[in-house]
Ligand binder design. Structure first.
Ligand code: SAM
Length: 145
């Protein structure tokens, strides 16, 4: 199941992947997702965490979607990678890694783990962007408090 705020993104995803078995896409806001609570074994969000401002309500919304014991996987680039991109001056949130891990623990996730993935530098509109990827995983506790 793919969820996106943007109708355009959902239409694109549907066009490219909608024919696959057991794959479907829905438009909606994570904070009020049109999906059943406790239904997800895994939630994967790649390059989305920057949009969640403030962060905590989004993490709470993910915990609501995950079944007990379900796993969240966040993929992102770290703050240094993003600092040079002009678009990131416009209200996006960036993370070093430990700060996001702490936020996940504060939201009630457990077994928070981080992998650092160095990437090749790229040229974005004339600016060299040094990139470091982070993959952070965390579990929704088996027994909810
Ligand atoms: C930078 S794109 C990442 C897309 C893809 N995962 C990738 O890595 O190429 C971020 C996406 O998150 C979606 N998004 C941001 N906030 C959202 C929210 N609260 N609920 C649902 N989707 C959201 C945006 O509409 C956008 O399509």
């Amino acid at each position: 199941t793919g969820l996106d705020l943007s109708q355009d993104m959902v239409a694109q995803a549907q066009q490219h992947h909608g024919h696959l078995e057991r794959v479907h896409f829905v438009a909606g806001d994570l904070h009020d997702a049109p999906l059943p609570p406790n239904s997800a074994d895994h939630v994967v969000a790649i390059n989305v965490v920057y949009f969640w401002n403030p962060l905590l309500p989004a993490l709470n919304a993910i915990r609501k979607l995950l079944r007990p014991g379900g796993q969240l996987c966040l993929g992102l680039r770290d703050r240094n990678s993003m600092a040079t991109l002009p678009v990131f001056r416009h209200g996006f949130l960036t993370y070093n890694g430990p700060d996001l891990q702490q936020a996940l623990k504060t939201a009630g996730f457990v077994d928070v783990r981080q992998q650092i993935i160095p990437e090749q530098s790229i040229n974005v509109m004339g600016q060299v962007m040094h990139k470091t990827g982070l993959v952070i995983t965390a579990l929704n506790p088996e027994v909810k408090p």
